[in-house]
Design a binder for this molecule. Structure first.
Ligand SMILES: Cc1cc2nc3c(=O)[nH]c(=O)nc-3n(C[C@H](O)[C@H](O)[C@H](O)COP(=O)(O)O)c2cc1C
Ligand code: SF4
Length: 654
């Protein structure tokens, strides 16, 4: 069905088995020495096995003094790393997949701490944190050029099929391209040709050292989408850059966009972006050059990828996060089984975990980041032993599917008429959050395939479950909403966010939302979108609104409410609900304030359901408690991974 996707393609002299490129994504799985680890090799091997035509690896640093972007970042200029890199390439090649190394320097976006205080850039223009970098001297530029070229030669020696020069996202080479960050008056600044010169000289240098046949791709931001710098890159300039890269000998253009200043997460899109939204930019580049063009576009589904190819937007589709979410994206697309794909939902937990703990994890793929540890097939030793799973949310469904696959006789009980639990709430907050609901569909299909008996509309109790006589109970019935025992909390105008999102309760007029996490903010957004409120105030005890949210996700939701009568108040603790609204404590000033409201919505999260846990623990010898039932705040990623690991490691003989 996806004819175009699975046509062969060519990059210079290289033939790819299909039109799907897994774009570069830093994982944090490399060693501190820059060599690939077993985890990194297995991660790429799984994606190659999953059928992708070309893998562009994550960034390789080319310089150790001022070019370090991540501690666990690949590095090829140490001769000790060449053999491990060769092993990695071989593991990818065994599935007919090609591999390019992405070569990179972070420029002013690098952290001074990781670079001995050295922040370099084309010119002294403050970075997004306001830190002033030092302009590179001509000698340093010459040295860097040699390091980019040397890295290409090293990966070629390791058997890589090509390189991609990273000129996108506001990093050093992008800074050279951009008149906003490149104020040089020498041969590397000023005209478009001069701003492209460093990249064109790197292309020519690689070709001279590695041979004309060694493919060189260039990824660059064709539009920086930077409202703060009027002279940042525009699409009209991007088109000219592409022509110059082609003339210098590049074999492929990989179109991306954005820099660190772009406000709405344009280059790693959060929930609200449509699939394929970058098509006009990619098409403009494609129309300007005759070499192949690859383009990312928030692609989640094979149908959109096929459409972009069929409409001539690009020659290759760049499919990034969809490959973290499901390494078998291509294989399933080739079998026309979109229904089997674990779709990326756009939550950006991958980036959030990379930035917080230093390596990528994924909300919908519990194996991401654990490929080496979970490589072996799980034991198929269920032998029809009975297991009860209580709760049909993300944790319950994931545990049931895995236990079913292992050969247990699994019955899942869900009190609601439909599966999904909190996923349904998340999916119902806004039309663009529909993607979250895809996970319910996938897990439901997996349970079906694994032979799980699903009883929806059935409120489980220990007595009911006892009739099944299970060997163990996996308890994933969820947490309890936090309702503080305050004066007035039981008034009729106090409702739970979950009830508003699910349209079980309605509100109007002046609305106060208590809790400025994702649920509280999305509830506010829904009230404005549906015209249910005239004015909304959201308060939180924490000193900052959205303090625990990943910034892109926070901006994604608050951006939808720009211009609306919304007030966000941090550092306010709910004290009392009165006839006129609520009394709150201004924590910093230690004084009480009155907030007028017709309705008060509680979005304060959930707490562990200790009563249910102890009732089941009293009734059964083996109870495995999962997800929000015992852990808060619950995240899709942590609930899914916990359930998967518990079900996979469950030992029936203990
Ligand atoms: C965790 C993560 C790491 C990334 N690292 C890189 C990188 O090293 N180099 C790069 O050019 N782009 C990087 N990107 C951007 C992706 O290649 C891709 O352009 C972006 O995710 C949008 O495409 P998608 O919607 O298909 O994921 C990264 C994205 C994510 C989510
Ligand atoms: S963590 Fe979220 S955005 Fe990242 S790949 Fe997984 S589902 Fe997609």
């Amino acid at each position: 069905m996806y004819k175009k996707l699975f046509e062969k393609g060519h990059i210079g002299s290289l033939t790819l088995k299909n039109r799907v490129v897994m774009t570069a994504m830093t994982t944090g799985y490399a060693g501190l020495d820059g060599a690939p680890t077993e985890q990194l090799c297995q991660y790429y091997e799984d994606r190659a096995k999953g059928g992708v035509g070309l893998i562009v690896t994550e960034i390789f640093r080319v310089n150790q003094e001022h070019g370090v972007a991540f501690p666990r970042q690949m590095y090829a200029l140490n001769p000790m790393n060449v053999q491990p890199l060769a092993q990695m390439a071989e593991r990818v090649h065994q599935y007919g997949t090609k591999i390019f190394a992405q070569i990179h320097h972070g420029g002013s976006t690098n952290s001074p701490e990781m670079n001995g205080g050295n922040l370099v850039a084309p010119s002294a223009v403050p970075n997004v944190s306001g830190i002033m970098p030092t302009p590179l001297t001509i000698e340093q530029i010459e040295e860097l050029k040699a390091q980019f070229i040397g890295t290409a030669a090293a990966v070629k020696a390791a058997g890589f099929d090509g390189v991609e020069i990273h000129g996108a996202h506001g990093y050093l080479l992008c800074e050279f391209l951009s008149a906003a960050f490149n104020k040089r008056t020498d041969q590397y600044g000023g005209s478009i040709e001069n701003r492209c010169r460093l990249i064109t000289e790197i292309i020519q240098g690689i070709k001279a050292v590695c041979g004309r046949d060694f493919p060189v791709a260039v990824r660059f931001s064709c539009d920086e989408h930077d409202p703060f710098h009027p002279d940042s890159i525009t699409l009209a300039e991007g088109v000219e850059f592409a022509k110059l890269f082609e003339a210098a000998g590049a074999d492929m253009i990989d179109v991306s966009n954005g820099n660190y200043f772009c406000p709405y997460g344009e280059n790693e899109e959060p929930y609200s972006y449509a699939e394929g939204w970058r098509a006009p930019e990619t098409r403009a580049i494609k129309e300007a050059v005759s070499i192949p063009v690859a383009g990312v576009s928030n692609i989640k589904t094979p149908a959109v990828a096929e459409r972009l190819l069929a409409e001539g937007v690009c020659d290759f589709v760049g499919v990034g996060r969809a490959h973290i979410a499901d390494p078998e994206w291509c294989r399933k697309a080739a079998m026309d089984r979109n229904d089997k794909i674990h779709h990326c939902i756009g939550c950006l937990y991958c980036f959030e975990s990379l930035m917080s703990v230093g390596y990528v994890r994924c909300s919908v793929n519990p194996k991401a980041g654990r490929e080496a540890a979970l490589h072996a097939e799980p034991a198929r030793d269920g032998m029809g032993r009975k297991i009860a799973v209580v709760g049909g949310g993300v944790a319950g469904m994931q545990a049931a599917a895995e236990l079913g696959r292992r050969g247990f006789d699994v019955t899942l009980y869900e009190k609601a008429k439909t599966l999904g639990g909190e996923l349904n709430l998340a999916a119902a907050t806004a039309p663009y959050k529909e993607k979250v609901g895809w996970l319910t569909t996938t897990l439901q299909a997996e349970m079906e395939e694994a032979g799980v008996c699903v009883k929806t509309g059935t409120a489980a109790t220990p007595e009911l479950i006892a009739e099944l006589a299970p060997e163990a109970v996996f308890l994933a019935s969820g947490g309890k909403p936090i309702i503080p025992p305050l004066p007035g909390i039981d008034r009729e105008n106090v409702v739970l966010a979950a009830d508003v999102i699910a349209d079980r309760k309605s509100v109007s007029g002046n609305v106060l939302i208590v809790g400025a996490g994702l649920t509280g903010l999305e509830t506010a957004e829904k009230l404005f979108r549906t015209g249910s409120a005239d004015r909304v105030t959201v308060i939180d005890m924490l000193p900052k609104i959205g303090a625990n949210m990943y910034p892109s996700i926070f901006i994604d939701v608050t951006h939808q409410m720009e211009g609306k009568p919304l007030t966000l108040l941090a550092g306010r603790q709910l004290k009392e609900i009165t006839g006129a609204g609520a009394t709150v404590l201004n924590i910093e000033e230690q004084k009480e304030e009155t907030l007028a409201a017709d309705y008060i919505i509680l979005a304060m999260g959930t707490k562990a359901d200790t009563e249910t846990i102890s009732a089941y623990e009293k009734a059964f010898g083996r109870v495995i408690t999962l997800g929000q039932t015992h852990k808060n705040p619950g995240r899709i990623a942590t609930s899914l991974a916990e359930a998967y690991i518990a079900a996979r490691g469950f030992d029936p003989l203990v």
